[in-house]
Design a protein around this ligand. Structure first.
Ligand SMILES: Cc1cc2nc3c(=O)[nH]c(=O)nc-3n(C[C@H](O)[C@H](O)[C@H](O)COP(=O)(O)OP(=O)(O)OC[C@H]3O[C@@H](n4cnc5c(N)ncnc54)[C@H](O)[C@@H]3O)c2cc1C
Length: 353
């Protein structure tokens, strides 16, 4: 039997594990996918350009994330914004140009890619700490322990369980026996999952031709498939890419259609060189690891940080964490770390009592 099991190897699960390990508590993480990181996905293009399909930016206000980066010895750098930015209201009118002076935009990115955080945490936790391809479907209170069952009917036993999944996803995918109080499951059903349903794209280039022509790479469009576009060159300025968000219609198009539309849009803003790209990638965030079926539309951050997430269940054996469980910077990486630090402190105190 494990002392602690954590479900979910996203930033919340991994940083909770990191804090528990520092407190000398043994644990295991169970993860449904064949990869770590959850909403953190850094891909590498033909020229090894790191491109973020998930979490990317943070600010100096994200003190807990900055502290973690310091502890893990990970560097960060400022988002490039210098040059002419574009604002497009209608497809048949030329985009308006405006100038953003350097250093007015305080967004930062992780050097080498956001996945460096995941990698560094995993290195510290050790290889045996995470079991991949383990999709949890049931949790049963057996008195002294909790029995956790995955979709292949494998069982795991633990004294304390921390679930690090978006609340709306977990309440729709995991059966609890006995059931969680109705008031709690109702809140979870109505807790918005940050960025669920969003889409991101990245296009890798050999040269930053947009910068050479005085463009920052930033575009805000109310008419194109790509709604926000940014320069995505690396810290060293040796690898180059453009990346951004697609609008809500993205999942109605095939990958090839999205690619053609995005390249045509970039050509419209930055000229013919936009079609000489090295690689195109995108990700629509609507798979079963972030979004359950029959989701209803909820306003951003709705019910995030609700007091029910502070409570423990199944006689002080079951706890929740995850970026949606905190009311401070909920949805963001900072929220994940705030929630994880707090639950790790709480659980380690209970165990050491
Ligand atoms: C497109 C996009 C852009 C973003 N941009 C930013 C940004 O710029 N800045 C920022 O700060 N944040 C950003 N975020 C948010 C950031 O990624 C999240 O705040 C953070 O990564 C959430 O971590 P988490 O561990 O709480 O949840 P998740 O990362 O969602 O982790 C949950 C984990 O649980 C696993 N899981 C799901 N179901 C099961 C199951 N049944 N059994 C076992 N495991 C399961 C999942 O596979 C996943 O690994 C972005 C997110 C997305 C998607």
């Amino acid at each position: 039997m494990e002392d602690v099991i954590i479900i979910g190897a996203g930033l919340s699960g991994l940083s909770t594990a990191f804090q528990l390990k520092k407190a000398g508590i043994s644990l295991k993480i169970l993860e449904a996918q064949n990869r770590l990181g959850g909403r953190i996905v850094t891909i590498y293009g033909n020229y090894q350009t790191p491109m973020e399909m998930g979490a990317t930016w943070f600010s100096k206000e994200h003190k807990h994330l900055l502290q973690l980066l310091k502890e893990l010895n990970i560097s960060y750098f400022e988002q490039h914004t210098e040059g002419v930015a574009l604002f497009e209201t209608m497809s048949f009118e030329p985009p308006q140009q405006y100038f953003v002076p350097a250093n007015t935009y305080s967004a930062y990115r992780v050097q080498g890619g956001t996945y460096s955080i995941v990698e560094a945490l995993y290195q510290i936790l050790g290889k045996g700490s995470v079991v991949l391809n383990t999709e949890i479907v049931e949790i049963v209170d057996e008195g002294k322990s909790l029995k956790i069952t995955d979709s292949l009917q494998n069982d795991f036993l633990c004294k304390k369980l921390i679930i690090a999944l978006p609340p709306q996803l977990l309440i729709n995918t995991i059966r609890f026996s006995p059931a969680l109080p109705q008031a709690v499951s109702q809140v979870m059903q109505k807790t918005q999952t940050w960025m669920s349903g969003s889409s991101k794209f990245s296009v890798e280039y050999k040269k930053p031709f947009w910068k050479e022509n005085g463009f920052s790479g930033s575009v805000y469009s109310q008419s194109g498939l790509a709604t926000e576009i940014y320069d995505h060159s690396n810290f060293e300025n040796t690898k180059f890419a453009i990346k951004g968000f697609l609008n809500g219609s993205a999942n109605h198009y095939s990958f090839e259609e999205r690619k053609d539309k995005v390249i045509a849009q970039l050509k419209h803003y930055f000229g013919n060189k936009a079609q000489d790209f090295e690689s195109y990638n995108d990700k629509v965030w609507n798979d079963k690891y972030i979004q359950s079926i029959n989701v209803t539309f909820l306003p951003p951050h709705f019910n995030n940080g609700h007091p029910v997430f502070e409570e423990s269940f199944m006689n002080n054996k079951l706890f929740f964490t995850g970026t949606e469980t905190t009311h401070i910077f909920s949805g963001y990486m900072e929220g994940s770390i705030i929630a994880s630090n707090s639950i790790a402190t709480k659980v380690s105190k209970i165990i050491k009592k």
